[in-house]
Design a protein around this ligand. Structure first.
Ligand SMILES: Cc1cc2nc3c(=O)[nH]c(=O)nc-3n(C[C@H](O)[C@H](O)[C@H](O)COP(=O)(O)OP(=O)(O)OC[C@H]3O[C@@H](n4cnc5c(N)ncnc54)[C@H](O)[C@@H]3O)c2cc1C
Length: 369
């Protein structure tokens, strides 16, 4: 831990992705951290479960720039450098948590125009980007021999990565306790400048950082939840080395390899705050996309279906509201793992009063949300 000359008593509300990362990085700087979580640090079910646990853990600046903007690409590039550096601070061997093997886009022969459209949009949003490569059928088979041979062309996006996010969140939870972060589970709170309101009363701190994701809707009226559904399957018949996206005129679905022969297939994106279980239609779409990628997935066992809500503002971009005694960070939408490093580093600059303006676009003056 660094010796911070002026350690502060900091409360963090929410132990999802942002809250956990901030607790870690601030503790390593020597601050005294109390982390309040409405649910459990290692959640067993869907009640109060962070979107971070449902996420697929893709770090995909190129794919996401196409559906957002060039800032997302730049922050995502920062994330690809930041994750491997941060992971070195975890005590266990972390090399198996983060992978920088790119991601692969494929389309049925009749939908190949989707790949061309993707390339045109990418060149429009990020004209300087050259880190992708067209692949032939044999290139695809060389990279991912277990994929169906039907794909004639593909795109390899070299500048993308993925993280085994559930394993990371679990390891980080253990590490926070080891570092002496005071974790207060089953503790839903409200926040105010220098104050945390629990069911037992008010507690005072030098600084409060609100990272409650959709739980902050009580204060951020413009925050909304965007429903996402995933399937988790297990099979030893198939090996994938990187995330694969199936480009289709009606939907884009992906499969991400996970430890122990598991794969996540995701994700739907529905403008609804309904957290109820995965619908039959979504499970059919997700399942058939998977089967298309390789018929060998037919024998995979479905081990989990998951639903959660992505916290988002109207422009689907993250925001940091800085006021004396209170910082609120939210709106990571479908870009949590992609954009959290930029958000965290900007907040660290605010807390340490470092004048560095890493990502000034993230900063907002009004907390109206
Ligand atoms: C289906 C799906 C797939 C996704 N895939 C990806 C992906 O591949 N790559 C990527 O970059 N992003 C992905 N995301 C997005 C990512 O999960 C989110 O952007 C990210 O988790 C948001 O982080 P957060 O910390 O703001 O919120 P969360 O991770 O939701 O954490 C909020 C925490 O606050 C707690 N909380 C709520 N209310 C209170 C309260 N009153 N008091 C105390 N604690 C409270 C919650 O219990 C939770 O633990 C995906 C999301 C979904 C739903």
């Amino acid at each position: 831990m660094n010796n911070q000359t002026n350690p502060q008593q900091i409360a963090i509300a929410g132990a999802g992705l942002l809250g956990r990362l901030l607790a870690w990085r601030l503790r390593l700087l020597g601050h005294d951290i109390t982390l309040f979580e409405a649910g459990k640090l290692q959640p067993a079910n869907n009640t109060f479960r962070a979107a971070a646990f449902t996420a697929a853990g893709m770090i995909a600046p190129l794919s996401e720039a196409v559906v957002s903007d060039a800032n997302v690409y730049r922050m995502g590039q920062f994330a690809l450098q930041c994750w491997p550096e941060w992971l070195k601070d975890l005590p266990r061997n972390t090399t198996e948590l983060f992978f920088a093997k790119g991601s692969l886009l494929v389309a049925h022969p009749q939908d190949e125009s989707e790949l061309q459209q993707f390339e045109s949009e990418l060149n429009f949003v990020v004209p300087e980007c050259r880190n992708y490569q067209w692949l032939s059928s044999s290139d695809i088979q060389n990279l991912e021999p277990d994929l169906s041979p039907q794909f004639m062309r593909g795109l390899l996006l070299q500048e993308e990565g993925h993280l085994h996010n559930r394993e990371f969140l679990q390891q980080l939870g253990d590490e926070l306790i080891r570092l002496g972060v005071k974790v207060r589970e089953n503790n839903p709170v409200e926040t105010e400048a220098q104050a945390i309101y629990t069911t037992a009363g008010v507690e005072k701190f030098d600084l409060v950082i609100d990272c409650r994701g959709l739980g902050a809707k009580t204060q951020l009226k413009k925050l909304r939840g965007v429903r996402g559904e995933t399937l988790h399957v297990e099979t030893s018949e198939i090996r994938l080395h990187r995330p694969v996206r199936l480009m289709h005129p009606r939907y884009q679905l992906y499969v991400v390899p996970k430890p122990n022969n598991r794969f996540i297939i995701g994700a739907t994106q529905i403008e609804s705050e309904d957290r109820s279980p995965v619908t039959l239609q979504s499970s059919l779409e997700l399942g058939s996309a998977l089967y298309t990628l390789s018929p060998a997935f037919a024998e995979a066992r479905i081990i989990e279906m998951d639903t959660n809500l992505r916290p988002a503002f109207m422009d689907n971009l993250p925001k940091i509201f800085c006021n004396p005694g209170l910082i609120v960070a939210n709106g990571l939408f479908r870009h949590g793992y992609l954009l959290a490093p930029a958000v965290v580093e900007q907040i660290l600059a605010e807390v340490t009063q470092n004048q560095r303006m890493l990502f000034p676009d993230l900063l907002q003056t009004s907390i109206s949300g």
